[in-house]
Design a protein around this ligand. Structure first.
Ligand SMILES: [Zn+2]
Length: 395
């Protein structure tokens, strides 16, 4: 199946062209009509069974192999971020949205895998479900597609699922690991209710601003005292809101934070600890706290055997120097975790920095750049994993 690598290299110019067209015209959230159109056009003529989403602009394409067999699922996310691009690239977006997480490469890579697998249909015993997913960046697009039946799209539940994500690092190097690869995430909002008043007379008011200021640092202290460093938790407060007027003590002050955990147990416990702390800090100042957790993605857990196997297949396909074991999980999050809760599989990272990249510009930076020279190998990697997994199932 290493034959996919040279064939992917031949496809590279058209995959790069697709990636750049997507990059120039990014769309955010669950509704990506122009992106969906490009994917449908690129898949046209490959003989795939295609359905599109109702609750989102997802695309599910089923490739039936020449002989019957099990199903393997491959997934790419397609959405961008609401961010003004500052890369200065010739094909940079100017719309105020940006493919700053590389989902444009993932989409082009999965289109490439579809082409490679369609060309190898005669050799395939089983089906491959290609899951083109909107709304990864906080909209739980994977859950939307699962609810609409992507895991039953071929008529049988997948025996394995794979996806890849570009990250900064030396271009072309793959990495995965057993067990937890990415964090679970929850959005946290805390509102403190006090009594507003004149800025000159704080003694007549109950000022929620001083209370929320104390809470921001108290949350950091709580993390270090209540959670083991070996089961880490990150809380980063990214939003603060209080009075609109400089001379008015507001009735309420609020914060927003992102919460990351590497285990279900820590995720469950952090909710209780945060509520207890917010209630107590608020009470110390005479305020009342309202705590709300939402929009959570579960921890992304690779199947041990699938991760080992994917690592071996990538080493065989691209050389041992290019298939690594990721030493640590990432505290970033991914809703492919939803698929991996239902299907054993592996999520794979693919380093894709150009040689002159700024190491400080990580995913989600307005300056991050990814080298689309890796897109051919991404396509070959996904196609190889699917084809080899079907071979393995056939014995
Ligand atoms: Zn991403």
């Amino acid at each position: 199946m290493t034959a996919f690598v040279p064939r992917a290299a031949a496809l590279l110019p058209e995959l790069v062209a697709l990636r750049r067209a997507l990059h120039r015209d990014p769309e955010v959230g669950l509704d990506l009509p122009r992106t969906q159109r490009r994917v449908l056009d690129a898949l046209d003529g490959l003989g795939l069974e295609i359905t599109t989403g109702a609750a989102s602009t997802s695309v599910t394409a089923v490739l039936h192999g020449a002989r019957p067999g099990p199903t393997v699922l491959l997934r790419a996310d397609m959405d961008a971020l609401p961010l003004t691009e500052e890369t200065g690239l010739e094909y940079a977006s100017t719309s105020g949205a940006m493919h700053a997480c590389g989902h444009d490469l993932h989409t082009a890579g999965l289109v490439g895998a579809a082409r490679l697998l369609a060309g190898a249909r005669d050799r395939l015993a089983g089906d491959v479900v290609l899951m083109f997913q909107p709304g990864e960046e906080g909209d739980d697009g994977a859950a939307t597609m699962i609810a609409e039946g992507v895991l039953e799209a071929s008529g049988s539940a997948p025996v394995a699922a794979y996806a890849a994500h570009v990250v900064p690092g030396p271009a072309g190097r793959f990495g995965t690991r057993r067990g937890t690869l990415m964090a679970g995430v929850a959005d946290l909002r805390i509102e403190l209710h006090g009594v507003g008043g004149h800025g000159s007379r704080p003694h007549d008011a109950i000022d929620p601003v001083v209370a929320i200021a104390e809470l921001v640092t108290a949350l950091q202290v709580m993390i270090t005292r209540r959670f083991s460093v070996f089961d880490p938790v990150v809380i980063t407060v990214t939003q603060l809101a209080a009075s609109d007027a400089i001379n008015v003590i507001p009735e309420t002050a609020s914060l927003g934070a992102t919460v990351r955990t590497l285990s279900r147990a820590a995720d469950e416990r952090v909710r209780g600890e945060v509520a207890r702390l917010a209630t107590a800090v608020a009470a110390a100042h005479g305020c009342r706290a309202v705590v709300e957790f939402s929009a959570d993605y579960p921890v992304l857990v690779n199947d041990d055997a699938e991760a080992d196997w994917a690592h071996d297949v990538l080493a065989e396909t691209f050389g041992v120097a290019r298939s690594t074991i990721a030493p640590d999980p990432l505290m970033a999050s991914e809703d492919f975790s939803r698929v991996l809760e239902a299907v054993p599989g592996a999520f794979v990272l693919l380093a894709a920095s150009p040689a002159d990249a700024d190491p400080a510009a990580w995913n989600h930076s307005p300056r991050v750049r990814f080298d689309d020279a890796v897109v051919g190998d991404l396509a070959a990697a996904l196609a190889t994993l699917a084809a080899r997994r079907l071979d393995r199932a056939a014995g």
